[in-house]
Write a protein that binds this ligand. Structure first.
Ligand code: F6R
Length: 235
């Protein structure tokens, strides 16, 4: 476990982007795992800069996103599909057919979940997974539970998460109540993990996750069992 204290959010973002760029430089065909939310936005901005400067080439990269709201089509501006294209994919040379984001629509969510999990396996697994951490300790949309989830599955979002995500909507009532997410097992199978956390509230969650016993009631605590985790945080 490597903990890096950044001087600011910008510094955190530069450091995180550098680690992701280094992964792609070492292996141009890397499988990257991406996250949404506000924490990685600066990292994506820095990755775009590195791409524009000719330092990193994403043409061989395959990407898998952690999660997507259920019932939300890709045409919805609040879909994570739209978010990723706006914040990153539209500005770099990743090929559209190498981008995977769980599909939030269909008749059979379990089928979508199984297909997504299978696709990750087919591509050889995630080399580097970027994560944020929720204010209840969630990673991806794995909310505090009694057991750790094994694979991609459908989740009911907690009130806390709905409230936190209401900032992207006109009101809390508009926030989708369920989502499709990689499981804790899916995330733990990534070869390396990079977690970015910004602000005092997140620092407290990190301390709990990494200094207290591993428990599914604090999902991020499971990362103590992973052998290649880098955490970058700024107060
Ligand atoms: C989203 C995701 C979530 C966020 C978390 C923190 O893909 O995986 O776990 O990382 O909710 O969100 P922010 O960064 O907005 O505080």
């Amino acid at each position: 476990m490597v903990f890096i204290k950044a001087k600011s959010y910008e510094d955190l973002s530069k450091k995180a982007a550098t680690i992701i760029a280094a992964q792609v430089l070492k292996n141009p065909n890397s499988v990257l795992g991406f996250a949404t939310g506000s924490s990685p936005v600066g990292t994506y901005k820095q990755l775009i800069e590195l791409y524009k400067a000719g330092i990193v080439d994403f043409s061989g990269v395959t990407s898998f996103n952690l999660d997507e709201y259920w019932g939300v089509p890709i045409t919805d501006p609040n879909s994570y599909y739209a978010f990723m294209h706006e914040q990153l994919f539209n500005h770099i040379n990743i090929s559209e057919d190498k981008i995977y984001i769980p599909s939030g629509i269909g008749d059979d969510c379990c089928k979508n979940c199984a297909e997504y999990e299978q696709k990750i396996k087919e591509k050889g697994g995630v080399d580097l997974q970027l994560l944020g951490i929720g204010r209840n300790g969630h990673i991806a949309f794995n909310e505090p539970e009694e057991v750790f989830s094994v694979a991609t599955h459908q989740v009911k979002l907690t009130e806390d998460t709905i409230e936190a995500n209401a900032r992207f909507y006109n009101s809390k009532d508009e926030v989708p109540k369920t989502a499709i997410t990689m499981g804790i097992g899916t995330i733990m199978r990534a070869k390396s993990i990079l977690l970015v956390a910004n602000g005092a509230e997140k620092k407290e969650m990190l301390e709990k996750a990494f200094n207290e016993p591993v428990t599914p009631s604090n999902p991020a605590s499971v990362l103590q069992y992973h052998n290649d985790v880098t955490v970058i945080f700024a107060d």
